[in-house]
Design a protein around this ligand. Structure first.
Ligand code: ATP
Ligand code: MG
Length: 778
């Protein structure tokens, strides 16, 4: 077929072209990383518009992040040669859901200017409700309930739909009831939480068929990126919109799929996948949604109307949000949900060079729960994936810093460089290093380390100790964690401070001597003032790091997060530990705080060119020429949580995350691991990640750390460290990695002379990477 047609179709391969041009009926593009799925979606929109099949406001297009939505608009403009006007329905599930909800707010008992609560507001409200029910907040923390409600909402469950057992699992059986009350209170407050943006939208559609019909009519085309990471609520929402508009008068229940979230159904699915019976046909597991359903003969014709033109793209190997309720099943079930769907597979990867793609494919082949797919590249082999060990995380940061400077000297654009970490606490070390080197960087998908809420809170305590006149700091934490010192108290303190021209903290000291506060608040404030006095005295006799630990502990701040059951609480606790650890590098509290103010002051930062720093989770869908992957150690990556867990689901999700990381790289992928990492305040010797063992030797090269003394290559402490590792490994067979590295250390600094490398290679193959027993080598 001649490559005739509009310009934007040029260069697409036949399968991509088919995915773009099949505009009618459901289409699923199920394909691996870098095969052009997102590009297909963007081109498809261009095609729809240029063919005049729909206007911009008639296309619903869902991306995973707001950033991805912006990018898509930009590309569209380039393809069509003009900026795209409108596209009001291109965005994330939540932004689009929120938008629809505002238009029809009154139908779900809200006003169009409703507030979207953040987690703190949510917790505050739940706390009130717990109190009203006489439920002990210590035993049943409000944050835990917030996490529960969130997970129910992700699963599309309104209060009446929560399975009784689950509803009763919290607060002596009262969890479900409080969820219901909470929803009622939100209405009174004219507020919605994040989960409501979709859940209330679903309710809106279910209770108002005419409204649903309006949107079914409006959206002529639906497109969804990263379909493998949709959760049940998102799925239900899409299902509603993707039906051809129902005729007025027809019961809505007819077009709503069976209750996918019923415990019975879920139970069956779970039991099946747990039994490990390969890949059971989905049709047996899920109730057949009633469409097209039998209708009276007269209506049969109309009823046969096709489903909406929906196109979903995804990759089961990149499903990484299971922990947040995403259901990879959604993608596996597509053909069943959308009968007659055209499934298109793309096999050519356009992103990565040969070695990188081979390494990533080999790694992911260790997962059992996957569809399996071929990926090939026509690109050159390029550079091998490198693996570099360092002594500790500091050396790791130094090594990467040096490599970055080298890349910069070689004329690489820093915008094409990314560092992808498993856990956000890892960022701290890199950020400090980059500040020292004067290397511009940006943190994507979250705040920079020292700007995180929990870090700012902790710093506020330390600042208040260091400088009692630091009103901003004191005000930030006076009621964090909650100690009954609300707005009224703070207002009173401000009045006092202003009148007497004294700092807020001194005002507090004065106010507790009066009877202006209610006894309870007064007692609480007095305790706080005395605590600070005590901490300031301790400062003279203890180290600043110890002091920080004491403060976080005694203030109840750490405990507040320990009780928090929201998904990011564990990460916050890790960040706090990392903060304490970072203080060690400074002589005293004063020096540390000065450093922080310097780091924080870089707000102007990152002009045009900057290195990107982000978690692996936020890297989804992105690509960079050079990708650095630090921290590949057991307990960090894969994370300890997944190691402790029964079953392999968590571990397989970690492996998919590793796969996502590697497949972000176009030309260079560089993996790092440190032999020692400070976790929970103590140094521990770490074991290189099992994922390293799962890389194919042929595509990997071990390199020297550029970060300092080298770890083993230059003799020194190298060898003794490996002795240590070997004795450590009584329950482990010493992995190939460590043996290879140990040989190197003993070899007395054999830099990568030819023989040295071969020796390492052979050590690989003879050991089969150490842990082949763990999973199949495919
Ligand atoms: P991921 O699974 O990581 O989201 P993806 O399948 O969405 O990847 P894209 O990001 O769309 O892949 O494409 C990867 C890269 O390959 C992009 O740089 C894209 O421009 C390029 N690409 C895709 N298709 C082609 C093509 N036919 N010719 C040239 N380059 C292409
Ligand atoms: Mg993509």
């Amino acid at each position: 077929r001649a490559a005739a047609g509009p310009q934007y179709l040029n260069g697409l391969n036949p399968e991509q072209r088919e995915a773009v041009e099949t505009l009618d009926g459901p289409v699923l593009v199920l394909a691996g990383a870098g095969t052009g799925k997102t590009r297909v979606l963007t081109t498809r929109i261009a095609h729809i518009l240029s063919q005049g099949r729909a206007r911009p406001q008639e296309i619903l297009s869902v991306t995973f992040t707001n950033k991805a939505a912006r990018e898509m608009k930009l590309r569209l403009g380039q393809m069509l040669g003009q900026a795209v006007e409108g596209m009001p329905w291109l965005g994330t599930f939540h932004s689009i859901g929120g938008r629809i909800l505002r238009i029809h707010a009154e139908l779900v008992q809200l006003k169009s200017n409703f507030t979207v609560l953040d987690v703190d507001d949510q917790v505050r409200l739940l706390k009130q409700l717990l109190q009203a029910e006489n439920i002990d907040d210590k035993r049943w923390p409000a944050r835990m309930l917030a996490g529960l409600i969130d997970s129910w909402k992700n699963r599309g469950l309104s209060p009446s739909q929560v399975p009784a057992g689950e509803a009763a699992s919290f607060g002596n059986g009262k969890g479900g009831k409080i969820y219901a009350t909470y929803q009622e209170r939100l209405k009174i407050l004219n507020a919605a939480d994040f989960g409501d943006l979709l859940l209330e939208n679903i309710r809106l559609f279910r209770e108002n068929p005419d409204v649903l019909r309006q949107y079914q009519n409006r959206f002529k085309f639906i497109l969804v990126d990263e379909y493998q990471d949709t959760n049940v609520a998102q799925y239900l929402w899409l299902r509603l919109l993707s039906q051809a508009p129902s005729r007025p008068g027809r019961a809505l229940s007819d077009v709503i799929p069976g209750d996918l979230t019923s415990p019975r159904l879920r139970g069956e699915v779970d039991a099946h996948s747990a039994s490990g019976e390969g890949d059971p046909p989905r049709t047996e597991l899920v109730e057949t949604p009633p469409h097209p359903d039998p209708l009276p003969a007269s209506g049969a014709r109309e009823q046969a109307a096709p489903l909406k033109n929906i196109c979903c793209v995804g990759d089961d190997d990149q499903s990484i949000y299971g922990w947040r309720g995403a259901e990879v099943d959604n993608i596996l079930r597509f053909e069943h949900d959308f009968p007659g769907a055209k499934v298109i597979r793309l096999e050519r990867n356009y992103r990565s060079t040969g070695h990188i793609l081979a390494a990533a494919s080999h790694l992911i082949a260790h997962n059992e729960g996957r569809l399996g797919k071929t990926l090939r590249t026509e690109d050159i082999d390029g550079e091998k994936v490198t693996v570099t060990g360092s002594w500790d995380s500091e050396e790791e940061a130094r090594a990467i810093g040096e490599e970055l400077e080298e890349l910069q000297r070689a004329g690489e654009n820093l915008n094409d460089v990314a560092i992808l970490v498993r856990a956000s606490f890892q960022m701290r070390e890199f950020e400090d290093r980059f500040v020292t080197l004067g290397l511009p960087y940006r943190v994507i998908g979250g705040p920079r380390f020292y700007e995180r809420a929990e870090i700012r809170d902790a710093l506020a305590y330390l600042r208040t100790i260091n400088s009692p006149a630091d009103d901003l700091a004191f005000e930030r934490i006076v009621n964090v964690p909650k100690r009954g010192l609300g707005d009224a108290t703070v207002q009173l303190l401000h009045d006092h401070a202003r009148k007497r021209r004294i700092p807020l903290f001194e005002a507090a000291r004065a106010v507790v001597e009066t009877d202006e506060l209610k006894p309870k608040a007064r007692g609480s404030l007095r305790d706080l003032v005395m605590q600070f006095d005590r901490w300031r005295a301790q400062r003279e006799v203890t180290s600043h790091t110890e002091l920080a630990e004491i403060v976080l502990d005694e203030s109840g701040y750490t405990e507040m997060w320990q009780k928090d059951r929201s998904a990011d609480a564990a990460g916050r606790l890790d960040n706090l530990k990392e903060l304490v650890r970072s203080m060690e590098e400074f002589e005293n509290l004063q020096g540390f705080l000065e450093h922080i103010s310097l780091v924080m002051d870089r707000d102007g930062e990152a002009g045009d060119e900057a290195v990107s720093l982000m978690t692996l989770h936020s890297a989804k869908g992105l690509e960079f020429d050079n990708v650095f992957l630090p921290g590949w150690e057991e307990g960090l990556f894969p994370s300890q949580r997944t190691l402790d867990e029964q079953g392999r689901a968590g571990l397989e999700e970690e492996r998919r995350l590793a796969h996502v990381g590697l497949t972000r790289a176009r030309r260079r992928a560089k993996i790092y691991f440190a032999t020692n990492r400070r976790i929970h305040g103590t140094w521990s010797t770490t074991i290189p990640s099992r994922f390293l063992d799962e890389l194919p030797a042929h595509n990997v090269e071990i390199t020297e750390s550029k970060g300092g003394s080298g770890w083993g290559g230059s003799g020194g402490y190298g060898a003794s460290r490996f002795d240590n590792l070997e004795s450590f490994g009584s329950s482990y067979s010493t992995p190939g990695w460590q043996r290879a590295q140990a040989n190197r250390g003993r070899g007395g600094g054999g830099r990568s002379g030819g023989s040295g490398f071969e020796e390492r290679q052979s050590s690989y193959s003879s050991e089969g990477f150490g842990r082949t027993k763990r999973g199949p080598m495919v």
